[in-house]
Design a protein around this ligand. Structure first.
Ligand code: PRP
Ligand code: URA
Length: 252
């Protein structure tokens, strides 16, 4: 396995679907959609957004002078954009609809989507994802990172006995050491989830490598891949503490 490092992103967007962005029918008659976001050159499961709207909002999000209200708005807006990209391969089923003029064939979402925000910072990503996928179920997982050991501590889990969704999207703005994400994926796999995606705003190479090593089947969708972690486990250049900046707590 190749380690993921911080490097300049490819400048041109690569699109594997047809040029107009539509899907190619497969032999079985089902359509397979391809993400418009290319995977990172070092690893096939990492998608780093290159969208100008994402990059513009990301600079505002990182800015230390961005106050809490604006910060929350930006978390929501970037989550929408990255979440949209992450859901590009959701499965569809045909549906017949009647327009005012005639009947036509449309598509409806066939996958049951589960959103799993990691408390507390992941909460800020939920509304955007529910706008995108209004029928999604939301299952909360409470994990915090022990400041001394940097290991995740689980404090809230109300998942029912068996998985009730087809695809789980884990929502957490930060992927630092990868401890929290790896633990969340372990919990979801024990629950019976088979298709899991990790949606983050900012990731460190250390966190990506940890998730890829433990869970090579999980795709990771991020707005940015940063340089690395500092001695306290914070992502550099990062944005500071994502929970504190959203909720006005702490000193960052
Ligand atoms: C942050 C963040 C992730 C975790 C990432 O949460 O939201 O859950 O740290 O770090 P890791 O990749 O090293 O595990 P934090 O523990 O600060 O809790 P909070 O959301 O309650 O602020
Ligand atoms: N959690 C955060 O909120 N920020 C970091 O940089 C790392 C972990």
């Amino acid at each position: 396995m190749t380690s993921v490092g911080w490097r300049a992103r490819p400048r041109r967007l690569q699109v594997w679907a047809r040029g107009d962005g539509t899907a190619r029918p497969t032999r079985r008659g089902r359509r397979r959609y391809h993400s418009a976001v290319p995977t990172h050159p070092d690893h096939p499961t990492l998608h780093v957004s290159d969208h100008p709207a994402v990059l513009h909002k990301l600079a505002l999000l990182r800015d230390v002078t961005t106050e809490h209200k604006k910060f929350r708005e930006l978390v929501r807006e970037i989550s929408w954009l990255v979440g949209y990209e992450a859901l590009a391969d959701a499965r569809l089923a045909p549906v017949t609809v009647r327009t005012p003029l005639e009947e036509t064939e449309g598509r409806r979402l066939a996958d049951r989507i589960g959103l799993v925000p990691i408390l507390r910072a992941g909460l800020g990503m939920v509304d955007a994802m529910l706008e995108l996928m209004p029928t999604a179920q939301v299952w909360h997982l409470g994990l915090f990172r022990d400041e001394r050991t940097l290991r995740p501590v689980e404090y809230y889990n109300k998942l029912p006995d068996h998985a009730t969704v087809d695809v789980c999207l884990i929502l957490d703005p930060m992927l630092a050491t990868g401890g929290s994400a790896t633990a969340a994926i372990d919990v979801l796999k024990d629950w019976g989830a088979t298709r899991i995606k990790l949606v983050n705003l900012i990731a460190a190479p250390e966190g990506v490598n940890a998730v890829v090593k433990a869970h090579p089947d999980v795709s990771i969708h991020v707005a940015a891949l940063d340089r690395g972690l500092n001695e306290k486990g914070y992502i550099m250049p990062g944005l500071g503490d994502a929970g504190d900046r959203q909720f006005g707590t702490g000193h960052s």
